[in-house]
Design a protein around this ligand. Structure first.
Ligand code: PMP
Length: 419
């Protein structure tokens, strides 16, 4: 098989120099990190933001009148504005959360408990991550609402006919992923939103795999809620965000109660702070929030269109190489242009955990398992898949190193169909 070379859309080596962990060796080999859908690596600039904050500014936000408290508040709120602008939103509409999971739970409990009643329908898809299934199951159990799942086609696309059929039940909410972390599918979220709005449903989009990898504009999508995680887009763990339309945040009751989120507290009742602080009870994750702003600056400097193109080049080469292998099955759409930057696959005769372990012996980090998507596994009739997932610092040479290392799997387990 000939190996394609590509003209990168930016200077990948210069980017790699910003990521200290990429200098690491694993099992004697240079680290090839292809598990970006789980979490991304962090550039020096993000790490330095954390160190600088703790060395120079550390104080609690929104309360103190001293210099450090003012500086910390200013930095935290500046970061909020940057993250909001990054997805085309106003800062008041952006609530900092721990991650996508917490953002979806916030909507499920604060909006869901106030708006759902017995018999109401919530439309989900069978390609959702557990974090966009389990919160709805919990809230459905309390409210008596009913879950309806839209399947995906054998090609791994959302079944739009089945979606339209589901809308005939006039659901109260449609909660669907922007990009699948297993199939790589990019869902037509604008179309989904306008069709759902036409029957009066609110729309939540899980953007965990989309915001890190492509330009996203929530105003253009028109959705009501949009959830994403910082740690998959160069920011530290423990910080994520929920975008929600302003009117919804105004009318929703709080998710959690405590300090920060109140205006006035009496013996009997309390009133709430303005949005978005109404949804940020207790001391927030200040340092990681500020570093989220640095991460967004970094991505913007490279350019989201360029990152998207880079991901697609790596996916195209991966698909081309794997498609030529008779012992490998690929999951999800075949056109790199309709995918996010990952490819799930299986050897026909080797468990993906074994594949991941053999690649690790070459310093190559890939993921294997159900990827928190057991409904997808059930549809694919597998218990697990292997997955490679790329980001802005991965190179075509790393794709080739991964592909060559697959031969070691064949050395250990024998060839498919062989004896
Ligand atoms: N949704 C999707 C599509 C994801 O890929 C993930 C992370 N694997 C999540 C939600 C959950 O993200 P987090 O664990 O950061 O809350």
């Amino acid at each position: 098989m000939n190996l394609l070379q590509i003209e990168p859309t930016y200077d990948v080596e210069a980017i790699r120099a910003d990521f200290p962990i990429l200098q690491r060796r694993v099992k004697g080999y240079p680290l090839v990190y292809l598990d970006n859908a789980a979490t991304s690596q962090k550039p020096q600039q993000v790490i330095e933001t954390l160190v600088h904050y703790y060395e120079n500014t550390n104080a609690n936000v929104h309360r103190g009148l001293h210099t450090l408290a003012e500086e910390a508040t200013e930095a935290y709120e500046t970061a909020r504005a940057k993250v909001a602008r990054f997805i085309g939103a106003e800062p008041e509409s952006l609530v900092f959360t721990r991650n996508t999971t917490e953002a979806i739970n916030l909507v499920a409990y604060a909006w869901g408990l106030a708006n759902l009643k017995a018999g109401d329908v919530i439309v989900l898809s069978e390609m959702e991550h557990h974090s966009n299934i389990v919160p709805w199951q919990l809230v459905a159990r309390i409210t008596g609402a009913r879950l309806h799942y839209v399947p995906f086609t054998p090609e791994g696309e959302l079944d739009m006919e089945a979606f339209e059929e589901a809308l005939r039940q006039e659901p109260k909410l449609v909660a669907i992923t922007h990009a699948s972390n297993v199939l790589g599918t990019i869902n037509p979220v604008e179309q989904i939103t306008s069709k759902a709005h036409a029957v009066g449903a609110k729309v939540l989009i899980d953007g965990a795999q989309a915001v890190p990898h492509r330009p996203v504009n929530v105003a253009q999508i028109g959705c009501d809620f949009y959830a994403f995680s910082g740690h998959k887009m160069l920011a530290p763990t423990g910080i994520g965000a929920l975008y929600a339309r302003r009117e919804l945040l105004e009318e929703m009751p709080p998710f959690m109660g405590g300090g920060e989120m109140i205006r006035r507290v009496t013996h009997e009742y309390s009133t709430w702070a303005d949005i978005p602080i109404k949804f940020e009870a207790g001391t927030p994750n200040i340092a990681d929030g500020i570093a989220f702003g640095t991460a967004v600056d970094y991505l913007q400097q490279v350019g989201m269109e360029s990152i998207l193109q880079h991901d697609q080049q790596l996916v195209a080469e991966t698909l081309r190489l794997l498609e030529a292998e008779e012992d490998i099955v690929i999951y999800g759409p075949r056109d790199p242009a309709s995918r996010c930057g990952l490819v799930s696959f299986n050897f026909k005769h080797v468990h993906p955990h074994d594949v991941a372990q053999i690649l690790d012996a070459h310093g190559i980090a890939i993921r294997s398992g159900h990827h928190c998507c057991q409904l997808i596994m059930r549809r694919l009739d597998v218990t697990a898949t292997a997955r490679v997932s790329f980001y802005l610092y991965n190179t075509i040479e790393e794709v080739h190193a991964f592909w060559k290392a697959l031969d070691d799997v064949r050395k250990v387990f024998g060839k498919y169909g062989g004896r």
